[in-house]
Ligand binder design. Structure first.
Ligand code: AGP
Length: 370
């Protein structure tokens, strides 16, 4: 059994370690030799259709939804097309505004999630072009979508999704750059810079994985708590949501993810002496604001772990209890790195509590009921 887990104790830990490979495989053959152009010959969508897109809706469930939230920031910042994120089980009942100029992107590791499949059908019935980002080539969602962008994460067995999420981020990055090329919203030099940063991600993930013992120690501390909080702004908030979902899913510890600036509108009342707060602070543009939100929780006695870049340390150090440093990347790509310590955190917390890491209670790998 450990052989199929590649020597790891659990599939989840194996899959966390497969992320550098998943990144490389998802990018392979999709970047030109000069490193300044994305090539996606598998797509049916025409340049004319791309030029006519007026809005994009990204529809998915759970972790795939969380990846879509990061995807939205990539598309909006690089292409300036308005993007909405929708939870698949909500999408079709809210009578979404879809026109032939709407591109709907459904995201699904398994390609079999019933809610996401139903959303895809709803979008097509309304005339939208549907692109699926999926990890399973022959899946129902891949077969029914108008276009498929495959993530090459390899089979994901653990119920908690890890390498599928990170590969979805890379797929969104590639697709956003492709849209930018066709619509002429980024220069070749800008595209080259982003692609170079994307190609550095696999090695940067290795650097994070080499520090997993530090996360293990922290996970053991938080496993004694009943409640904790994840906070961040922008992309950091999107990652906070994924970190919180992962922790709940396999460690059964209650947590909430909050947009850091929103705490003072209610949730701050829950912060008391000793409550762990994991603060993601990678976004330079809002760093000062995030630091002041960290001070707010600190003043109420929270025990703060910051996940940040080395260069932000001077601003942060006085207001946090512990720090986990991640390698430097472009602000729009930080999710691809900052999620890794959070995956490890939920893994080790689950382990410390003696839960079935790969098969958490009440959950299925692929949810085929609506
Ligand atoms: C993630 O850890 C979950 N197990 C779950 O949220 C999952 O991402 C969701 O059910 C969607 O699955 P899919 O990507 O296969 O559609």
């Amino acid at each position: 059994v450990t052989a199929e887990k590649g020597g790891y104790e659990h599939f989840m830990l194996k899959e966390i370690h497969e992320q550098p490979k998943a990144y490389r495989d998802t990018m392979r053959g999709r970047i030109n030799a000069e490193g300044n152009k994305v090539i996606l010959p598998e797509l049916n969508i025409t340049e004319e259709q791309i030029k006519n897109i007026r809005n994009i809706q990204v529809v998915a469930c759970g972790t795939a939804y969380n990846a879509g939230v990061v995807g939205r920031t990539m598309i909006e910042s690089l292409v300036r097309i308005p993007v909405e994120n929708d939870i698949a089980s909500e999408y079709r009942y809210r009578s979404p505004i879809v026109t032939p100029e709407t591109l709907v992107i459904v995201v699904s590791q398994s390609g079999e999630t019933a809610d996401t499949l139903a959303a895809l059908r709803e979008a097509q019935a309304n005339g939208a072009h549907v692109l699926a980002i999926t990890n399973v080539v022959g899946s129902s969602i891949a077969r029914e979508a108008n276009d498929v962008l495959v993530t090459l994460a390899g089979p994901e067995i653990a119920v908690a999704s890890t390498k599928a999420y990170t590969s979805q981020l890379v797929a969104f990055g590639l697709f956003a750059l492709y849209l930018a090329e066709v619509r002429g919203t980024q220069t070749e030099a800008q595209v080259a810079k982003i692609l170079a940063a994307m190609q550095a991600l696999p090695e940067q993930v290795e650097e994070i994985l080499a520090q997993k013992e530090a996360i293990k120690g922290y996970a053991e501390q938080i496993s004694e708590h009943k409640n904790l909080f994840f906070i961040g702004r922008g992309v950091d908030y999107a990652v906070a949501q994924e970190g919180s979902l992962k922790l709940k899913e396999i460690s059964y510890i209650h947590s909430e993810a909050y947009a850091a600036g929103e705490l003072k509108h209610g949730t701050l009342a829950l912060i008391e002496e000793g409550v762990p707060v994991i603060a993601l602070a990678t976004q330079e543009a809002v760093l000062e604001k995030t630091v002041s939100n960290i001070k707010e929780v600190k003043a109420r006695g929270a025990d703060v772990l910051a996940i940040t870049h080395q260069e932000h340390l001077t601003d942060l150090l006085r207001s946090v209890d512990q720090v986990f440093v991640i390698p430097k990347t472009l602000p729009m790509l930080t999710a691809a790195l900052s999620v890794v310590p959070l995956q490890l955190l939920s893994y080790y917390a689950s382990l410390a509590l003696g839960h079935d890491v790969d098969k958490p209670r009440n959950l299925a790998k692929s949810v085929t009921v609506e």
